[in-house]
Design a protein around this ligand. Structure first.
Ligand SMILES: [Zn+2]
Length: 404
């Protein structure tokens, strides 16, 4: 694998269009590029040969004939350099090393606490990246791009978390600058974790070709990634999609954001676990009472899901109530945004089909029939992989600096 110089990191808009078209197609001929992009034959030929010389594209096989000579196909040169994806969760970090074709070569995950100081956690991430690169007999300078998803609102331009309720000491800390100091050859892109999951589904999952969709993550918190016209929508300040703090009950409990009755405080993982504990302790759920004893006084949303699957009535009521609350909020989003698909991901989605059907019913009951006419609501097919594949896609999309 050749070392890459940062001076090679600029690209013209037309070159980028060609690169993205090759990425989408896998293998493609000059004539197909010409037809797709509306560029002249000479322009396509010049751009392709330039990208091959730079090592960004490589010659692939020979395509089928369309009358004349069988055409040369071109593909992304996977060996051009490495891309790293990082998914920072509330309790874990997940790292993947990919080639320039976005194919994952190795993954590594370990437990972590985002309440730690940013220098400590990011330093650990940087060390893990160096170790994984070393295992592939490569050098850190061969990392072209690093994409990082973090659990909080992100100022995308600066790579900084803004007022993150889960990680207050990260406020104003530049994740991008820190990682650039450790990996000067890499471009570093930071985004909100749910945006990254939506990007994963849009670029490598079931969301490919779906122009308008929402990705809802239900875990410790609740957030939403918005794909509009095939692009992620971040809003003016990176706060778009923070749906966990939409009020669903003005008399509800106080959320960690300071307001009353937010969806997140009432329907995310901890709320489900708390309701599970109530029915375990009150004797309404023999299943959860047993699980509580087995787990030495701890219960999770997954335990409530297990109880519901086993036919426990109280647990089923909790799952239905949770689905109703989340679905009620989603109905508002559906009326407002009219998405084609809503993908549900995050740890709580492991509860399974009963939760999905409760969400579905609430959405159908409370949205307009026009907005739900073509709507599908399904679990994220990428599931737990959406974050890491999205981080890799995000990194590779922002690898080059476009010059005019
Ligand atoms: Zn809140």
């Amino acid at each position: 694998m050749q070392a890459t110089l940062t001076t090679q990191r600029t690209i013209t808009l037309e070159e980028l269009d060609v690169l993205l078209a090759v990425r989408r197609a896998g293998e493609i001929s000059r004539a197909e590029l010409q037809a797709q992009l509306g560029l002249s034959r000479a322009t396509v030929a010049a751009i392709v040969s330039q990208l091959v010389v730079r090592g960004i594209l490589s010659e692939a096989g020979i395509g089928d004939s369309e009358g004349g000579r069988r055409p040369q196909l071109f593909a992304i040169n996977g060996g051009f350099g490495y891309i790293v994806g990082v998914d920072v969760g509330a309790t874990s970090i997940d790292i993947a090393l990919a080639d320039f074709n976005n194919q994952i070569l190795e993954r590594y995950a370990e437990a972590a606490d985002v309440r730690d100081e940013p220098e400590a956690l990011l330093g650990r991430i940087a060390t893990l990246i160096e170790q994984v690169v070393d295992r592939h007999f490569a050098h850190p300078e061969q990392i072209l791009a690093i994409g990082i998803g973090v659990p909080g609102p992100v100022n995308f331009e600066d790579g900084v978390l803004i007022a993150p309720p889960l990680m207050p000491q990260w406020e104003s800390f530049s994740i991008r600058d820190f990682m650039r100091r450790r990996f000067p050859s890499a471009s570093v892109t930071v985004d909100n974790d749910v945006n990254v999951m939506a990007i994963g589904e849009a670029t490598t999952g079931a969301g490919q070709g779906v122009e308008n969709f929402l990705y809802i993550k239900i875990g410790t918190g609740i957030g939403c990634g918005i794909i509009s016209h095939s692009e992620i929508y971040r809003g003016r300040d990176g706060a778009a999609g923070d749906v966990g703090h939409i009020c669903i009950d003005y008399n509800g409990p106080i959320c960690h954001c300071g307001n009353a009755g937010c969806l997140e405080i009432m329907a995310a993982g901890p709320a489900i676990a708390m309701r599970g504990r109530e029915v375990a302790e009150s004797g309404k759920s023999p299943f959860l009472a047993r699980r509580l004893a087995e787990n030495h006084g701890e219960l999770t949303a997954t335990d409530v899901g297990d109880a519901a699957k086993a036919g426990d009535r109280a647990a089923n009521e909790i799952v239905n109530l949770t689905g109703k609350m989340i679905g009620g909020m989603l109905a508002t989003l559906v009326n407002f945004f009219n998405p084609q698909v809503i993908y549900i991901g995050g740890g709580v989605s492991n509860i399974g089909n009963r939760l999905l059907s409760a969400i579905h019913q609430a959405v159908l009951r409370r949205s307009t029939s026009l907005a739900t006419r073509h709507l599908r609501i399904e679990f994220s097919p990428l599931g737990a992989d959406a974050g890491i594949t999205g981080a890799i896609s995000l990194a590779s999309e922002h690898l080059f600096e476009v010059v005019t």
